[in-house]
Ligand binder design. Structure first.
Ligand code: NAD
Ligand code: WQD
Length: 337
């Protein structure tokens, strides 16, 4: 199939591009490089063994999107393109509404004009907010507590309405839990600009000497060791799920909303310990106050994805830490030369 990956130069889209190319699909990457780089696109080509078709454009640019879709018939779009920093979304909600919601509407319109009727959307466990119980199933109450999360929920709802209105439109909402790790080559990985918001890239930067210590946000949560518990999932397992979800849309001709996680909760201190073992580096940390908006414990019930897609996460926390470290130690400044 010819598949367009919007936001495909980024962390998760890039890993998905590699997996899709390995499965024999023709991949075209569309990205405005607002949170990625031309160098990352080059590296993706190195990993895949040949350069990717790349379109440097914004999904909100209707004319450019029409030109891109007109090149060759497209079988499906995977939509990774979004801003994703929760804190920033509270400061600049309009930027998030414009890019994430406006961008998605513009993309759906461009797909409609081009007659493309399959979509795989990067949603997030953030749509569950502070879940009433764990593991979280897909029918749990949806509730969001910040503008970023709202954009994910709204776009899921817009896609749902579109599926109801357009009989032949098929979509998969993939609710990612906490993606971490990197391709085993060490050539590509997560490259947060500035101070990392997320735990694993922060740990990586401490390990490589870019930051003195990790701040652990809260040691008094009602969890196994008082620190926050999450469902970390290896980005290569996640990437594989995208290929499987697209196969499902084609094979079953039905829409899909699934959790993508391992089903296992891991605390901050457990992840720090696993990373120290995998890297052989000490990770100095200090327990500080809770971060606004955080919750104690979130992990997935991933059984629906297993039932519908035949997919399950295969890589454990050791592999996540090993591969994150291989990437960061070989590229201490991410994609910078
Ligand atoms: P990322 O920032 O690395 O990748 C997103 C890519 O989209 C970037 O390359 C960016 O340049 C591009 N982009 C953004 N707006 C664009 C626009 N208007 N037009 C064209 N390109 C645009 O982030 P990621 O971690 O790879 O996340 C991918 C998707 O998964 C996002 O939608 C994110 O919200 C979602 N998600 C991420 C996580 C996570 O923890 N990383 C968890 C759940 C969901
Ligand atoms: C994990 C744990 C922190 C950093 C966020 C978004 C969510 C999704 C994934 C996109 C928590 C603790 C973190 C640090 C720490 N993104 N922590 N020190 O909060 O589960 O989810 O990313 O959809 O929407 O909210 O992930 O990696 O930020 O935090 O102690 O420097 O690590 O308190 O317990 P989170 P995270």
């Amino acid at each position: 199939m010819r598949i367009v990956l919007c936001g495909g130069a980024g962390y998760i889209g890039g890993h998905a591009a590699v997996v899709l190319a390995q499965r024999g699909h023709e991949v075209a990457i569309v990205d405005n490089l607002s949170n990625s780089s031309a160098r990352a696109v080059e590296r993706l080509g190195e990993v895949a063994g040949m350069p990717f078709e790349f379109h440097h454009l914004d999904i909100r640019d209707a004319a450019a999107m029409d030109r891109m879709f007109a090149l060759r018939p497209v079988d499906a779009v995977m939509h990774f393109a979004a801003l994703k920093a929760v804190g920033e979304s509270c400061e600049k909600p309009l930027d998030y509404f414009d890019n994430n919601i406006g961008g998605s509407i513009a993309l759906l319109q461009a797909m409609r004009r081009a007659g493309v009727r399959r979509l795989v959307f990067s949603s997030s466990a953030t749509v569950y907010g502070d879940p009433e119980r764990v593991p979280v199933t897909e029918d749990a109450r949806l509730q969001v507590s910040n503008p970023y999360g709202r954009t994910k929920l709204v776009v899921e709802e817009l896609i749902g309405d579109l599926c109801r209105a357009q009989a032949d439109f098929r979509a998969a909402n993939l609710r990612y839990f906490n993606p971490v790790g990197a391709h085993e080559s060490g050539l590509i990985g997560e490259a947060p600009g500035g101070i990392p918001n997320n735990l694993m890239p922060y740990i990586c930067q401490v390990a490589v000497g870019r930051r003195p210590e990790l701040s652990v946000f809260g040691g008094d949560w009602p969890t196994v060791d008082g620190t926050g518990v999450r469902d970390y999932i290896h980005v290569m397992d996640l990437a594989r799920a995208h290929a499987d979800a697209l196969d499902y849309l084609v094979r079953e001709d039905r829409n899909l909303t699934v959790n993508l996680g391992t089903g296992r909760g891991v605390s901050v201190l457990e992840l720090v310990q696993a990373f120290a073992e995998a890297s052989g580096r000490e990770i100095p940390y200090r327990i500080v106050g809770r971060r606004d908006g955080d919750v104690a414990e979130v992990f997935a019930d991933p059984s629906l994805a297993q039932r519908l897609l035949g997919w399950r996460a295969e890589l454990d926390v050791r592999a996540m830490c090993r591969d994150a470290w291989r990437w960061q130690s070989a590229n201490p400044d991410d994609y910078a030369d």
